[in-house]
Write a protein that binds this ligand. Structure first.
Ligand code: ACO
Length: 308
């Protein structure tokens, strides 16, 4: 009966809410994906925070601080969404800190120059939006609703990155070269964000059937490439792929092969910054222990007062 009602709700495109019955595997899949997503948001603060003290103007610094704070907020909404499924936030963080839960491969690459902030905004946040807009129609209500606000904020992130790169690409020859170098380094890792190719994506079929995912990894990757090519032309920058060309028959851009061995290595923990990211994350968590203790003590005091 319960299972029937669940299947009917999925078929009718209705939202599943926290108190509704759901299969254990549906719950576990959502907790896994939402937790990985939340972890990505908070680990994603690191590569960009690296440039806050070196932003070239007050305006750029204010934008960057706002953006990094947004990422922290996204992490909080997402941990909140995972909690509606019965997950425990401390446990999720513990799994991140001990390497038992993943976060996005993209945040294991270094930010070497100021232009990387532009390339991350344009490409990384652009890829995130392409992946996340369909998640606003995810079958699980709290996740879908969290994604609406996240996507609005990501769209500001994407625009600030594009505008930053545009300024550099129309600047001095050195600035232009710096912008091109950043795009050269971030392009392929951005394509990897969409996950393994469909024939090597063990989770896709089940998640599509449950309407957690609305498109496959390859469909979204293709959509992203198609969006980026004209944007790169407008920037006057090239994308580092000699195989990139319009395919009239398919109505899409063809693109060269992604280096899946690199992707697997980064996901396994062997990317350029994996160790650094996790070590920093653990340290930040330990440094914040007194804040958590103070907040808990304050909440206990208020609760005792309310009960008196
Ligand atoms: N980095 C790290 N791990 C990845 C990546 C990636 N780019 N892509 C896929 N994986 C992992 C999957 O999480 C899965 O791991 P698990 O089975 O151990 O849990 C495994 O590789 C196999 O991949 P899929 O079968 O394709 O897994 P899934 O159906 O979950 O699809 C995807 C992966 C597309 C990333 C999906 O989980 C998703 O849409 N997540 C929400 C978006 C998100 O997390 N974005 C984070 C980056 S954006 C940002 O934070 C700004």
């Amino acid at each position: 009966m319960n299972a029937e009602r669940f299947e009917r709700a999925i078929a009718d495109d209705e939202r599943i809410e926290p108190r509704d019955w759901m299969p254990d595997a549906y719950r576990a899949t959502l907790i896994r994906q939402i937790a990985q997503h939340a972890h990505s948001e908070i680990i994603g603060m690191q590569p960009e925070a690296n440039w806050i003290t070196r932003a070239p103007s007050l305006r750029r610094k204010a934008i960057l601080i706002a953006k990094v704070q947004d990422e922290a907020g996204h992490g909080l909404y997402l941990y909140g969404a995972a909690e509606t499924l019965g997950a425990d936030r401390d446990e999720l963080l513990d799994k991140l800190h001990t390497g038992r839960q993943k976060y996005s491969s993209i945040f294991n690459y270094p930010t070497l120059t100021w232009a990387d902030i532009g390339a991350i905004g344009w490409l990384v946040d652009g890829a995130a939006i392409t992946n996340q807009v369909p998640l606003c129609r995810c079958s699980y209500g709290p996740y879908a609703r969290a994604m609406v606000r996240i996507c609005k904020e990501e769209s500001f992130h994407q625009r600030q990155g594009y505008e930053l790169l545009l300024a550099l690409s129309r600047g001095t020859p050195e600035q232009r070269a710096m912008a091109q170098d950043a795009v050269d380094r971030w392009w392929w890792p951005s394509l990897m964000m969409f996950g393994p190719p469909d024939d090597a994506s063990p989770r896709s079929a089940r998640s599509m059937a449950w309407k957690i995912k609305r498109h496959t990894n390859d469909e979204l990757r293709q959509r992203f490439v198609d969006i980026c090519v004209p944007q790169a032309e407008h920037l006057g920058l090239t994308l580092p792929d000699p195989g990139l060309r319009w395919n009239e028959e398919r109505g899409h851009y063809d693109f060269g092969p992604v280096d899946w061995a690199e992707f697997e290595a980064v996901v396994r923990g062997d990317g350029p910054c994996n160790e650094q990211r996790l070590a920093h994350r653990r340290r930040a968590h330990e440094d914040g222990a007194w804040v958590r203790e103070a907040a808990a003590a304050y909440a206990a005091k208020r609760a005792a007062r309310a009960a008196a």
